[in-house]
Every structure is written in C-alpha cells, then in structure tokens.
Design a protein around this ligand. Structure first.
Ligand SMILES: Cc1cc2nc3c(=O)[nH]c(=O)nc-3n(C[C@H](O)[C@H](O)[C@H](O)COP(=O)(O)O)c2cc1C
Length: 356
C-alpha cells in the first residue's frame, strides 16, 4: 500500500499516458546559452525522465523573434531547427519519459528594444517601452503560436504548453490593465479574451488530437485592477471549449510586488485560486508554486483541488524527486543517483575539471 495513492495514479491527457501526477514545471536553465545546448538540455531532461517524473515541460520558446525573453533568447519557428529538438525528444522518449514544449511570447517583458504589446506602456521591470501590435500583426502572432506548435509536434514532443501567465503577452491582452485597444482584440472583456482563445483554436487546428495542449493560466494575477476570479474562471471555461486538454496554473505577474515563490511563501499557498479553476472546468487542472514535498502534493490531489502538481525547483534540485519520494516504501533510500552525474555535468562548461 503506497503512502501516495493519488500522486501515483496514472492519468491520460489527450493521447498521452502519464504514469503519475508529478510534472516538472517549465524552467529556463541557462543551459540554452552554453556550448552544445541541445546535448546539455537532453542530458538534463533525461535525468528527470529516468527519475520517473510523469511529465517534463521545457522552458519557454518564443514563437517569433520579438517574443524572446532577452537578446539571444530561445525561438522555435523554423523547420531547420527540428534536428536540434529531436536530440531532446528522442533522448527523453527513449528513456521512457514524456516532454512538452512551452511556447512563451514575452510581450512587454521582452528585454529587447523591439518588444511588442497590445498597447503602449512600459512594464516597470523592463527598460524598453513596447510598440503596439497592429491588428494584422496580432493575427500573425496567433499563426506564429500555431506554427511553433506544429513544429513541436514534428520534432516529437508530446504536446505544447501555451504560456498565458506571469504577465507575458497573452496576459497583457486579457487584462484591462495593459489592453487599451479598440479593435477585435480589445475594448471589452470578450474582445480581450479573443487573443488567447484564437491561439488555442489555431494550435488545435494544426496538431493531431492526440497531441496535448496545455494552457498555463494566471490563477491569480496579484495586480491592482487586474482580472477578477470570475473573469479567470470564464477564460478557463473558454480555453477548454477552444480545445485545450489540460490547464496549468501560474501565480502573479512578474511585476507584482507580492512574493509568489520565495521561501517565506507557505507551501501550496495559492491552492484556493487553483481550486476555483478546477470547479469551473471539466478538463484536468495542474497546481503550481511552492509544492515541494510529496505529502503536500498528495494532499492537493486527494482534496480534489487539482489533478496534477507542477514542481519546478524541486526537480531542478533533484532529478530523482519523483522516484526518491513517491516510491520511498519500495526503495527506502536511493543512493546518490547515477543520474545526478550527467545532470551536474550538463551545467559545467566543456573541459571543466569538475566534469565527469
Ligand atoms: C530558473 C527558473 C526558470 C523559469 N522559467 C520559466 C519558463 O520558462 N516558463 C514558465 O512558465 N515558468 C518558468 N519558471 C517558473 C516555474 O515554472 C514555476 O512557476 C516557479 O518556479 C514556481 O514553482 P516551484 O515552487 O515549483 O519552483 C521558472 C522558474 C525558475 C526557478
């Protein structure tokens, strides 16, 4: 009898069978900026797959150059890039894992002078003021998301996560704080929701039904004058109707002053916001932020607040998190895993005396 019956329950999402409810949340690791980035990323993800995590989410890839996080940031928009991504997907899939590519357009948070947004107005956390997208460019950006999703499918990923949280472009369209448009993408709440929903529909139209579409929603934006919880639930319902298979949650915009993931934030502090969404939809919902023990994760699922748990930093710190904790009864202690060596090596420059 396992101590974590809910955490270890399988779940089917679109055509993907997940062996448990534990997910490694999306993270840029900076491996992307080192030499041989795809080989390093493959080693990093393979260590987590061997550690029996149910699903891996990559760090965010922009669908177009102006959507990058910062200069030299990740973009996936060309078929010539597929071979690099196949290094990751084949390594993870051959290790028995499953990996989903996150699509993230940084909007007015992009630390590049070419950054764009629904409306003018600089974010207080960026030095660059954004340019406002024309209506035609908004439609093009929707197609860019769909194109990246199609490339991700061709590269062998199990799905995509559409990043609609943390104050990036999709949030900026959905919130009246950052959207003062008066075309079909702004003006009232229905038109503000149009950008995210058209993205989900466009992605769905370009991929097979077995290909998993995750939408990461701001469960709570922690911004004065931001979206109400009713608006968030309404968006979640429409995201489901537009073709998403799973809703992941994000907490707060990056420019909010409220701590969302620092150590003083209590574990699972934001679960009520997640539960609210879970009640609004019929597709599975994933909880995130400050969930870093299997007991807390088990309680979240057992209580019905969410169906899956995202754990980002716990998996950064410990590739064997899932195996080590959730199977603790069968394997009282898992010695410093052989997976740790390739995982650490991936962080070291080539030729480092510390590399194994
Ligand atoms: C180094 C690092 C990079 C991150 N990069 C991304 C990202 O690319 N996309 C994203 O949606 N979230 C990103 N996040 C946020 C995580 O997905 C997650 O929401 C956050 O770390 C809180 O969850 P945790 O307490 O499980 O770590 C990042 C977090 C960290 C620590």
């Amino acid at each position: 009898m396992t101590k974590y019956p809910n955490l270890l329950r399988t779940i089917q999402v679109a055509g993907v069978h997940l062996p448990n409810r534990m997910v490694m949340g999306a993270m840029h690791t900076r491996l992307e900026t080192m030499d041989q980035p795809y080989q390093r990323l493959a080693a990093f993800y393979v260590a987590r797959a061997k550690g029996e995590i149910g699903l891996i989410l990559t760090g965010g890839y922009a669908p177009c150059p102006e959507g990058v996080m910062d200069a030299g940031g990740l973009v996936l928009n060309k078929s010539e890039q597929l071979d690099e991504h196949r290094l990751i997907t084949s390594a993870v899939n051959n290790s028995g894992g499953r990996i989903v590519l996150q699509i993230l357009h940084a909007g007015r948070y992009a630390k590049v002078p070419t950054c764009v947004a629904p409306s003018l107005g600089k974010a207080r956390i960026n030095v660059y003021p954004p340019r406002s997208l024309t209506t035609q460019e908004v439609w093009q950006t929707i197609q860019d998301f769909a194109h990246t999703a199609a490339l991700a499918e061709a590269a062998g990923y199990a799905g995509v996560e559409i990043m609609g949280s943390e104050g990036y472009l999709i949030n900026e369209f959905a919130s009246a704080l950052t959207n003062q448009r008066d075309d079909e993408f702004g003006g009232d709440v229905d038109r503000r929701m149009r950008f995210p929903l058209e993205i989900v529909k466009a992605v769905r139209s370009r991929v097979r039904k077995e290909f998993m579409i995750i939408y990461r929603i701001s469960a709570i934006d922690l911004m004065d004058g931001g979206m109400t919880s009713e608006e968030v639930c309404d968006l979640a319902r429409h995201v489901e109707a537009s073709g998403a298979d799973l809703i992941n949650t994000g907490i707060g915009w990056h420019e909010s002053g409220v701590p969302t993931m620092a150590a003083p934030v209590p574990r699972a502090a934001w679960i009520d916001a997640v539960r609210h969404i879970k009640r609004a939809v019929t597709i599975p919902v994933m909880a995130s932020n400050r969930i870093n023990t299997p007991d807390v994760a088990e309680d979240i699922i057992a209580s019905g607040a969410a169906d899956l748990v995202s754990m980002a930093r716990p998996l950064l710190a410990d590739p064997d998190f899932a195996k080590r904790h959730a199977r603790a009864e069968q394997m009282r202690s898992i010695p410093a895993s052989p997976a740790t060596k390739p995982a650490l090596t991936a962080f070291l420059p080539t030729g480092s005396p510390l590399a194994w």
